[in-house]
Design a protein around this ligand. Sequence first.
Ligand SMILES: [Cu+2]
Length: 255
Amino acid sequence: MGAPDETKEAEASQTSPGGVSENAVAVNATEYTYEMPSEIEGGVVSFEMENTGTLPHEFGFARLDEGKTVEDLEKAFEEGGPSKWAEDLAGVPLLGAGRRVTMTRELNEGTHVFFCFLPSPEGQPHIQLGMIQGFEVSGTSDAELPEPDSSIVATDDGFEIEPIEPGLQTLELRNDGKKPHEFALFSLEPGKELRDIDKWFGNSLKGESPALFPGGIQSIEPGTVIYEDIEFEAGRTYQVQDFEAGFEEEFTVSG
Ligand SMILES: [Cu+2]
């Protein structure tokens, strides 16, 4: 089996296109669900996330200890506390309507959950409207981690950002610090300022988004590496922010 050409093709597909591993899983976020398979293969996984809705959505991400269920997690959230049996793996903090991002990382076996706490126009967290989805991870794929085009590295003092080219880029997001760090990524729309984002959040994300939200990652632990395929616009300025640590860095995509 397998003519030489086919072998060649299979090898090439491991890291292309755009750094997506061969173990790719489509996840569509919309109001108010995630559409995705209920069982996936572990090891290196590429989540091809797309917001097909009309509102922004996030991908909160947790792994549950054996024996715990999505219902247990919902209940724990209602009771207001993160639980020891739910490990926060960090997902994409905010993905704008119509945007797509691919998140590639290594996963262990077990029950995993995506959930969204962003507010609906009526002010209710999406999770309360059903935006929570569990899935089982089992086995280990042969997929390999991608070769990044560029990187954003967090230390405890700030971000170090390599030059980023326009188009679809595979970014390595790495925490080299001793504390957890968040990579909130956005690009202000013309004429908008940071305080317009605050206002928008304060108003349950109603109306036109004052910024582009193309990807990024919630707070990751020291030593964690996440890969994301993100579409960057030539000549546009982006910001990456760690709200908790109180620092941010700006970069402009070449063009
Ligand atoms: Cu949502």
